[in-house]
Every structure is written in structure tokens, then in C-alpha cells.
Design a protein around this ligand. Structure first.
Ligand code: HEM
Ligand code: HEM
Length: 138
């Protein structure tokens, strides 16, 4: 694994370590108030980033585009902004709500960018009749 795939998988592992630590903290304290942060860190963080990592690993042509780097950095910034912001919001810091709102919209928009990268990568080679180069997910 290399390039943007490795970056996404590294980010996924960081999310998993942080999200599970929060899950353990919730269990030990018997205070589940941060459940939405834990749930999103594990699913939107660990699972989605791991899916992105394997996607780019399987389709090197998509991984090599400049857009893939834009996808990684905007995804990391909006995802971390969303989760850290939500943590402080649920801890009672209402002033941080705009950060959570902007990060959420950003996270959705960045998924839109991934949709373009992914759909272009899986459909374009077939259209060009060059689908047997080993880079196409079948
Ligand atoms: C050290 C491991 C983990 C601990 C201690 C832990 C702990 C918890 C706790 C205490 C809750 C709140 C339950 C509630 O209030 O109803 C929870 C919910 C949740 N956890 Fe974990 N968790 C762990 C690992 C994971 C993993 C690996 C995933 C997914 C990959 C995950 C996904 C979720 C989700 C999606 C919810 C929300 C469930 C719902 O909507 O009711 N957790 N977890
Ligand atoms: C723009 C991004 C997203 C926003 C704004 C968002 C918002 C929300 C909201 C408002 C809830 C209900 C929380 C509650 O009732 O306590 C929720 C629940 C949930 N979401 Fe998301 N979500 C987003 C992305 C995702 C993604 C990408 C995943 C998984 C890949 C996901 C997985 C879940 C799960 C498992 C729950 C149930 C656990 C919980 O209640 O916290 N979400 N989400």
C-alpha cells in the first residue's frame, strides 16, 4: 500500500485508536453522552477511511490523480473538525456549533468529490475500451 491509500489507512487507524479509547472511557465512566462521537469516529472515521484506502489501493489510476490528494486532505480536515467539534459541543461548549455545522457540510461535499473520482475511475476505462490493464475493479 502506498500514496493516498497508505495515508487513508493511517488516518483510519488513528480514528480507530481514538474512537475505541472513547468507547472504553464511556463504558468505564458509565456516561454514554459522547456516543455520537464514538459512533461516527468508528464508522465515518475508521470504516470509511479504510474503505477509501482499499479503493485507492485497488485502483492506482484513481490514486495517482491530484484530486485524490485533495480528497484526502479535505476529508481529514472536515472529519477531524466534525468529530472534535462534536466532542466539545456534547461536552457543553455551545459556541463551537458553527465549526460542527461547517465541518459536517464540508464532509458531505468532500464525499461528493469522492463520488466524482470513484465513478470516473470505474466507468472511464470501460468507455475508452481499455479495461484490461489490471487497474479496474471488477
Ligand atoms: C474498545 C472497543 C469498544 C468499546 C469499549 C465501545 C463502547 C461503546 C459504547 C459504550 C457505546 C454506547 C452504547 C449505548 O449507549 O447505547 C457504543 C456505541 C456504538 N459503537 Fe462502540 N465500542 C467499541 C468499539 C466499536 C467498534 C469497533 C465499532 C465499529 C467499527 C463501534 C461502533 C459503535 C456504534 C455504531 C455505536 C452506536 C450504536 C447505536 O446507535 O446504538 N464501536 N460503543
Ligand atoms: C455529513 C455527515 C454526517 C452527519 C451530519 C451525520 C449526522 C447524524 C445525526 C444527526 C445522527 C443522529 C444522532 C443522535 O440521534 O444522537 C447520526 C447517527 C448516526 N450516524 Fe451519522 N452523520 C453523518 C455521516 C455519517 C456517516 C458517513 C456514517 C457512517 C459511515 C454515519 C453513521 C451514523 C451512525 C452509525 C449513527 C447512529 C449512532 C448515533 O446515534 O450516533 N453518519 N448521524
Amino acid at each position: 500500500m502506498q500514496g493516498v491509500a497508505r495515508q487513508f489507512f493511517t488516518l483510519a487507524v488513528v480514528y480507530a485508536l481514538a474512537g475505541m479509547a472513547l468507547g472504553l472511557a464511556m463504558s468505564i465512566s458509565q456516561d454514554h453522552g459522547q456516543m455520537p462521537v464514538h459512533a461516527h469516529t468508528m464508522t465515518a472515521g475508521w470504516l470509511m477511511s479504510a474503505v477509501f484506502a482499499f479503493f485507492y489501493h485497488l485502483l492506482p489510476s484513481a490514486a495517482q490523480s491530484r484530486l485524490a490528494q485533495v480528497h484526502f486532505w479535505l476529508s481529514a480536515a472536515s472529519g477531524i473538525g466534525l468529530l472534535v467539534g462534536l466532542f466539545f459541543l456534547l461536552a457543553g461548549n455551545a459556541a463551537i456549533e458553527p465549526v460542527v455545522a461547517i465541518s459536517s457540510i464540508g464532509f458531505y461535499a468532500v464525499f461528493g468529490l469522492f463520488a466524482i473520482i470513484a465513478l470516473r475511475a470505474i466507468w472511464a476505462p470501460a468507455r475508452a475500451g481499455a479495461g484490461r490493464d489490471g487497474t479496474v475493479l471488477r
